[in-house]
Design a protein around this ligand. Structure first.
Ligand code: AMP
Ligand code: ZN
Length: 456
């Protein structure tokens, strides 16, 4: 039985999508004002993890992710300046160029990580019309009001406000910012912000020129692609008690019922005892890892070591341990590939069951990985190899990488040598080994097969 922890009920719940075959899933995407760091990447590996587990269970997915290219202020609670504008001043480029550049960086990194991407990836600036209609409807229905600064959501109109755990009353007016006398409640949040003339990103609306608040983009994009019933919504834990409370308020009030049914949150990637974040000046990117001799796949393997609901501490030492573990994992997989021995059906079934139970138990990847490691210790057999390939639908590792790079001529020579060895024609086998060596390849034999490696 597939179970996920739902932040709404604060329980692990059985997961069944509304439409029995297709899962509708929304993931909060990146704010494209800087190169994403590996903490952000943990959030997309988490999304990938859920998507792969759903597919493994036979579901189809209609997935959506936003790209925030407007409206995300330096504080999540409508304070400060738009992050896109700050970046555009810093880099002396237009916000549009900034968005394009950092969206490309983001896409490059998630592709390197082999993240299974959502079916729709939607920039906020491409749905301004939908956002305006959304805000208009909230106003018409009495859930929002206009001030001289913009359109605000009236949280007192939504009895369930704060149901993910936000302490609404702790947001006392004036605690961190000047009191906005026009707001009815200090926690009321902006749906639409009226723009001063000099503001670069602005659109015409029934309330004059302006730009959308950050939270409304996710509600509007979710509605556009997924409608009024969303099975799963994902995001980092930092988005839970402001951004997601606000999304719930907007969407549920507009539709008149609960829109998102499972809220799933990822804990932080930590570094030096604190959250990895730009404001802490402690970020590392995939490129930084590569410059230090690691691959994106090493980081992918590192992700599997901790449950998503627990903080994961990053150090180069632990990444090195993952890199070495991955190397050994792949070597072991390769050894099974070359064997023609069998694993009993009973054992195959046992491993399949154990693996499925692990991933279906709220994505218990450390346990799923342990099942793979145990399987690889079985006597060399093609059945183990086939089973690992099946489990790799979840792991998303590239096992063929090394072999893909080998020229066909080398693979043929190695195979011929192996055959000569099996035929006990050791003289030919030795000649072929020598020939391969001269071409720069070393053959390493084991009980069940051989490996081809580049000569050092
Ligand atoms: P942002 O681009 O700031 O909107 O963040 C993109 C995603 O990364 C969000 O889901 C955040 O919650 C998540 N995130 C940011 N920092 C971290 C971190 N240190 N560890 C895990 N996820 C993070
Ligand atoms: Zn969002």
């Amino acid at each position: 039985m597939l179970k996920f922890y739902n932040s709404l009920s604060r329980e692990k719940e059985k997961f069944v999508p509304h439409d029995r075959e297709i899962v509708k899933m929304y993931s909060c995407g990146p704010t494209v004002y800087m190169r994403p760091h590996i903490g952000n990447m943990r959030a997309y590996l988490f999304m990938d993890n859920i998507r792969r587990v759903l597919k493994y269970n036979g579901y189809k997915i209609e997935g959506v992710m936003n790209i925030t290219d407007v409206g995300h202020l330096t504080s999540d609670a409508d304070e400060g300046e738009d992050k896109m504008l700050l970046a555009s001043q810093r880099e002396k480029k237009t916000p549009w160029d900034i968005a394009k550049y950092y969206t490309d960086c983001f896409m490059k990194d998630v592709k390197k990580l082999n993240v299974d991407l959502p079916e729709h990836i939607c920039p906020a600036t491409s749905v301004i019309e939908e956002i305006i209609s959304f805000v208009k409807e909230l106003l018409d229905k009495g859930f929002a009001y206009e001030t001289s600064k913009g359109i605000y959501f009236d949280i007192t109109k939504f009895a369930d406000y704060g149901k993910l755990g936000m302490d609404v009353n702790s947001k006392k007016a004036g605690a961190r910012i000047a009191v906005d006398d026009e707001k009815k409640h200090p926690a009321d949040f902006a749906l639409w912000i009226k723009a001063p003339k000099e503001h670069i990103m602005q659109w015409s609306s029934p309330w004059g020129m302006g730009y959308p608040g950050w939270h409304i983009e996710c509600s509007a994009i979710g509605k556009k692609y997924l409608g009024d019933y969303i099975d799963i919504h994902t995001g980092g834990i930092d988005h839970k008690t402001i951004h997601h409370e606000n999304e719930i308020a907007q969407s549920d009030c507009l539709e008149g019922h609960k829109v998102v049914h499972f809220w799933m949150h990822l804990e932080f990637l930590q570094i030096d005892g604190g959250k990895m974040s730009k404001s802490q000046n402690n970020i590392l990117t995939i490129e930084d890892l590569e410059n230090n001799g690691f691959s994106a796949e090493d980081f992918r393997f590192f992700y599997f070591n901790a449950h998503y609901s627990k903080q994961q501490n990053f150090t180069y030492d632990s990444l090195l341990a993952s890199k070495n573990a991955l190397k050994n994992f792949k070597l072991a997989v390769g050894e099974h590939k070359k064997s023609s021995e069998k694993l009993s059906q009973e054992k195959i079934n046992e491993y399949e069951k154990e693996f499925l139970e692990s991933i279906n138990d709220d994505l218990n990847m450390p346990k799923a990985l342990a099942v793979c490691q145990k399987l690889l210790k079985e006597k060399k057999s093609q059945d183990v190899y086939n089973l690992i390939l099946k489990f790799n639908q979840i792991l998303g590792l590239n096992f063929c990488e090394e072999e893909k790079d080998l020229p066909q001529e080398i693979r043929d020579l190695a195979e011929k040598r192996w055959q000569s060895k099996l035929d006990r024609d050791y003289q030919t086998a030795d000649q072929l080994r020598q020939e391969l060596l001269e071409k720069g390849y070393v053959i390493k034999d084991s009980k069940d097969g051989y490996k081809i490696q580049l000569k050092d």
